[in-house]
Ligand binder design. Structure first.
Ligand SMILES: Nc1ncnc2c1ncn2[C@@H]1O[C@H](COP(=O)(O)OP(=O)(O)O)[C@@H](O)[C@H]1O
Ligand SMILES: [Mg+2]
Length: 348
């Protein structure tokens, strides 16, 4: 039997806007084995953060709703909680969110309230989720601030978010997100705002924590170099859909989707004088999506039917899935429930 912590099927997240409903996430399916690190990669606006916020039941706080699909969370092999069925304000989800499933947000100001000291906010999370006393929570929060290399953590504990530099706020948020030893950590571009030295330290810290606490991680990034360094499996998203899914090694050895191939060409090489390759064109507006494959207008290999028929998902090699007409014909598509690439490789 395989041991999964998360299983997402047919997830569709819709936002109501003045110009109409948009499908920010459409037909997303994947499962996550315990201790796995899954990377989600794609250009800005492809639905990476919305996928994360849907799992955490946060889109309902905005103008969003989960329109179809399910997100099943298995805290232990014998427990299953359908997160989509929970009310976004329920006690059940509040007991999970920020504790067992924790998120590092792209924008650190989003998770700190400007009117309370950073340490107090960290301690509150620990009191709520771990039932620590105020004193214990203070000690643990200071320990966590030390771990993310905030200097003078004990003094910094009483400072307000605006007194921290951007990089320090980001590290403090990481400290808060990991302070309850989450079973599942969703890191949404955790290092995008940081300089390369701090980025390297934070990625190393996340690697250490994964090993120490057997933590499962979803690492969201637009940086293929971070994917290469950190992840076991990768999901490439484009315009709200999964373009490609496979193990990280298979993705780098044999990228199938023309979009993935283009993303890989855009990795900057250290010391290289070559100009950074960027993909021509831009991600389509979700209010005005092309009729066939969403990538067709930018795709160097697009065939006539790519512009009229949306491709299904094919699996040209075991565990390696791609939504592209180059890899199959109608009838060849995969219908089975999503598996993780590691699971298929292991043959379970
Ligand atoms: N509250 C919202 N209302 C309307 N559109 C939204 C909302 N949140 C996100 N979106 C849209 O959903 C799409 C996916 O966004 P997002 O998941 O943040 O992209 P990214 O891959 O950069 O993380 C974008 O087009 C974004 O503008
Ligand atoms: Mg994002």
């Amino acid at each position: 039997m395989s041991d999964h912590i998360l299983r997402v099927e047919g997830l569709k997240t819709v936002f109501k806007t003045f110009s109409g409903d948009i499908n920010a996430v459409d037909d997303v399916a994947f499962s996550l084995a315990r201790n796995e690190t899954l990377g989600i990669v794609g250009e800005s606006g492809c639905g990476k953060s919305v996928t994360a916020r849907s799992i955490m039941k946060l889109v309902e706080f905005e103008n969003g709703r989960i329109d179809a699909g399910s997100v099943e969370y298995m805290p232990t092999p014998d427990e299953l909680i359908d997160l989509t069925a929970l009310d976004h304000k329920s006690a059940e989800i509040r007991a999970i969110r920020g504790g067992q499933i924790s998120m590092i947000f792209q924008e650190p100001m989003a998770s700190f309230n400007p009117v309370f000291p950073i340490g107090k906010q960290m301690a509150e999370v620990l009191v709520h989720h771990l039932g620590l006393s105020k004193l214990e929570a203070r000690d643990r929060a200071i320990e966590m601030l030390n771990r993310v290399k905030i200097p003078n953590a004990a003094q910094r504990f009483d400072e307000y978010p605006h007194e921290f530099s951007g990089g320090m706020r980001q590290r403090a948020m990481i400290a808060m997100a990991i302070s309850c030893n989450p079973k599942l950590l969703i890191a949404d571009e955790p290092t995008t705002a940081l300089d390369v030295t701090v980025e390297a330290q934070i990625l190393e810290l996340l690697n250490e924590l994964e090993a120490e606490h057997s933590m499962t991680t979803i690492m969201i990034t637009h940086d293929m170099a971070v994917i290469a360094e950190m992840t076991d499996n990768v999901m490439v998203m484009y315009a709200g859909r999964i373009a490609e899914y496979s193990s990280a090694s298979a993705l780098f050895a044999n990228p199938l989707h023309p979009y993935t191939q283009a993303l890989l060409k855009s990795i900057p090489r250290i010391g290289s004088k070559e100009e950074l390759y960027s993909i021509e064109g831009s991600v389509p507006s979700l209010l005005d999506l092309p009729k066939g494959c969403y990538f067709a207008p930018r795709c160097p290999f697009a065939m006539e039917h790519c512009h009229t028929q949306a491709p299904p998902t094919f699996e040209p090699e075991p565990g390696h899935r791609v939504r592209c007409w180059l890899y199959g014909e109608p009838g060849d598509e995969v219908r089975a429930a999503p598996l993780t690439a590691s699971e298929e490789v292991a043959g379970t």
